[in-house]
Design a protein around this ligand. Structure first.
Ligand SMILES: NC(=O)c1ccc[n+]([C@@H]2O[C@H](COP(=O)([O-])OP(=O)(O)OC[C@H]3O[C@@H](n4cnc5c(N)ncnc54)[C@H](OP(=O)(O)O)[C@@H]3O)[C@@H](O)[C@H]2O)c1
Length: 235
């Protein structure tokens, strides 16, 4: 069987994990990464038990470092002959406002949330251009569209990711490669644990995964460019 392939960064927890599981459930081979080897091993063991016919490549990579993103991208290019979907999901949130946060907070979030996605989009996007098919899906944020009180540098990194998505879309469109920016509001994940916000006010990560998969499955002439997803409840 000719299976499709999806690469998802930061897939051991939260939204990335839900997206990786959704693509597995839909029959894809997947390539994933995170920094924690033990969690990657646990994910791969559970996934290969449940989906024994599918390839699950789980590699340790620190995407905060350009060399880490490049090494992961090269491994994915070696592992898979054809890549259908790249989901740039890995990200960090460090609280702070522009008046008090340190420069290194901005640097860390730009490195992880923006530069890694840029490096991987360029590497995998070139392959998709050769294939004249493929889809890059960037997990941006509501903070890509509006200032985020208490998360200024995070918001700056996510605005930049949205602009990056538009630029990759324009560059890849002639090659029939799609680029989607997904902008979720508050979604249940490890980053909300201990925040005091009740879980029922947050969106389940599985709903974001369902929407991401729907974007990836549209017909050849349809591109969801931006998708904003919000909880009904006010926090
Ligand atoms: N949750 C929300 O409310 C929300 C809303 C809008 C957008 N988002 C965005 O959605 C994405 C996922 O968020 P989440 O809340 O699901 O996060 P999460 O639960 O903290 O999970 C983040 C994932 O990324 C990995 N990761 C973090 N830093 C990494 C690095 N330097 N290198 C490689 N992997 C790394 C983590 O594994 P390790 O820590 O083991 O590396 C983990 O697998 C992020 O881009 C976030 O900005 C989240």
């Amino acid at each position: 069987m000719n299976r499709k392939t999806a690469i998802i960064t930061g897939a051991t927890k939260g939204i990335g994990r839900a997206i990786a599981l959704k693509f597995l459930q839909e029959g894809y081979n997947i390539g994933i990464c995170s920094r924690n080897q033990e969690e990657l091993d646990q994910f791969r063991a559970a996934a290969t038990t449940e989906f024994p016919q599918q390839r699950v490549i789980a590699l340790q990579a620190d995407l905060q470092l350009p060399a880490g993103a490049e090494a992961f991208g090269n491994s994915m290019l070696r592992a898979f002959e054809h890549i259908d979907v790249l989901v740039n999901n890995a990200g960090v949130f460090l609280p702070g406002t522009v008046l008090e946060e340190t420069f290194s907070q901005l640097e860390q979030q730009i490195n992880t949330n923006l530069y890694s996605a840029y490096i991987l989009s360029q590497m995998i996007g070139k392959k998709m251009a050769e294939q004249t098919s493929g889809h890059i899906i960037n997990i941006c944020s509501l903070a890509s569209l509006q200032a985020y009180a208490g998360g200024s540098s995070y918001s700056i990194s996510k605005y930049a990711m949205l602009g990056m998505s538009d630029n990759f879309r324009a560059a890849l469109k002639p090659y029939k490669v799609k680029v989607t920016a997904v902008c979720p509001g508050p979604t249940m994940s490890a980053s909300w644990e201990g925040s005091g916000v009740p879980e029922e006010k947050l969106m389940p990560a599985e709903d974001i995964a369902t929407m991401v998969f729907s974007c990836a499955e549209t017909g050849f002439n349809t591109c969801v460019e931006r998708l904003v997803i919000n909880p009904l409840a006010d926090l």
